[in-house]
Design a binder for this molecule. Structure first.
Ligand SMILES: Nc1ncnc2c1ncn2[C@@H]1O[C@H](COP(=O)(O)OP(=O)(O)OP(=O)(O)O)[C@@H](O)[C@H]1O
Length: 338
């Protein structure tokens, strides 16, 4: 029996189950409600993408799953269950011991993960502190992984420092380090945003190959819908702190049900075929996340909003075998949870 049948969007067994997560940031202007009632599964061996405009809460969700939140963050409700245990109820040392072992992360800026004053060899050996084996065995594994991610001549480069490598190479090294520990779950927060388009394609292919080889799951945060379509099995669309739609990538990209998902896809530069000087944008602005909100969070920008959208928060509606969306227009018979 699943913990909460009504809001489980997928039938595959989850490795990570986020349920009704609410998270605020305390600020001098008041509480910023950065995540509201977020439920999301990352099934075993699958790649789940999180997309949405800037400020929608993608990184906050990824960092919450890693337990790397800033001091002003306050989880006010919900659970984050990983391998059967609620991470929010774990002691700090128990949680820390998961990092770099069962859970690993790739950041947008590789320098966040790499220590600029230590060489790559020592950093790659240290990251294996949970693993069995001698230093020379760990060095051999590091060399093999550097070769695997496409660092030329790893034997002579492993002694180098981060500044000896280009941005693309540094991100490859971070991927090598994150996967060296064979994590069950890799969380990647915009890992290709700082790279040019050619490098992005290479890194996405590399992640895909390594994910299949290692059999891990990935939670992949990205602005880039093309990258999500290429890499992910499932996708969650976030808007102003809520997951408004989620499901299999092919369903969301081919038959989006939520007006926000449709608008996001229509504005995707990768999908626009017509010659146009200006890129279309979604009219209106993302609402402030300060204060409690009643009604649909997207209603101020939605062309189809009705009076009910102002008065009531939409529940979750099942729109396909593996697809759910939060929109009042989807028909009462499809409602699965409030
Ligand atoms: N430490 C913080 N203190 C206060 N507010 C924060 C903090 N971190 C994030 N926020 C706010 O929380 C909201 C969600 O931010 P988040 O960075 O998760 O969005 P995002 O979708 O990842 O955006 P981007 O794509 O630009 O990285 C934003 O309104 C942001 O300003």
């Amino acid at each position: 029996m699943r913990r909460d049948d009504s809001i489980s969007p997928t039938s595959a067994l989850p490795l990570l189950e986020i349920r009704r997560l609410c998270l605020d940031f305390g600020t001098p202007r008041g509480r910023v409600h950065a995540l509201r009632n977020v439920s999301l599964d990352v099934p075993f061996g699958q790649v789940v993408g999180i997309v949405g405009e800037s400020g929608s809460g993608k990184s906050t969700l990824a960092y919450a799953a890693m337990g790397l939140l800033p001091e002003n963050a306050d989880v006010t409700a919900g659970s984050i269950v990983f391998e059967g245990k609620d991470l929010l109820k774990m002691s700090a040392p128990a949680r820390r011991s998961l990092l770099g072992d069962r859970l690993s992360m790739i950041f947008q800026d590789p320098m966040t993960a790499l220590n600029p004053v230590r060489n790559i060899e020592s950093q790659m050996i240290d990251i294996q502190h949970h693993e069995q084996g001698s230093r020379s065995e760990k060095r051999a594994r590091a060399l093999e992984m550097l070769h695997r991610v496409g660092i030329p001549d790893p034997q002579s480069r492993i002694g180098g420092y981060p500044h000896h490598f280009s941005g693309g190479m540094r991100q490859r090294i971070c991927i090598a380090m994150a996967l060296l520990v064979r994590p069950a779950l890799l969380i990647a927060d915009e890992p290709t945003t700082a790279l040019d388009a050619t490098l992005e394609v290479q890194i996405i292919r590399l992640l895909k190959d390594l994910q299949k080889e290692i059999g891990c799951s990935i939670l992949f945060v990205s602005h880039h819908l093309g990258a999500v379509a290429e890499l992910c099995d499932r996708v969650a669309v976030m808007y102003a702190g809520e997951v408004v739609e989620q499901g299999a990538v092919r369903d969301i990209f081919h038959k989006p049900a939520h007006p926000y998902t449709r608008a996001l896809l229509e504005c995707d530069p990768g999908r626009i075929r017509k010659k146009t000087r200006t890129l279309p944008t979604i009219p209106g602005e993302v609402p402030s996340l300060l204060g409690n909100k009643i009604g649909c969070i997207f209603r101020t920008r939605c062309q189809h909003a009705i009076s009910r959208c102002v008065q009531e928060n939409p529940g979750e509606y099942r729109v396909g075998v593996d697809q759910v969306a939060r929109c009042h227009l989807l028909g009462e018979e499809r409602l699965v949870s409030a």
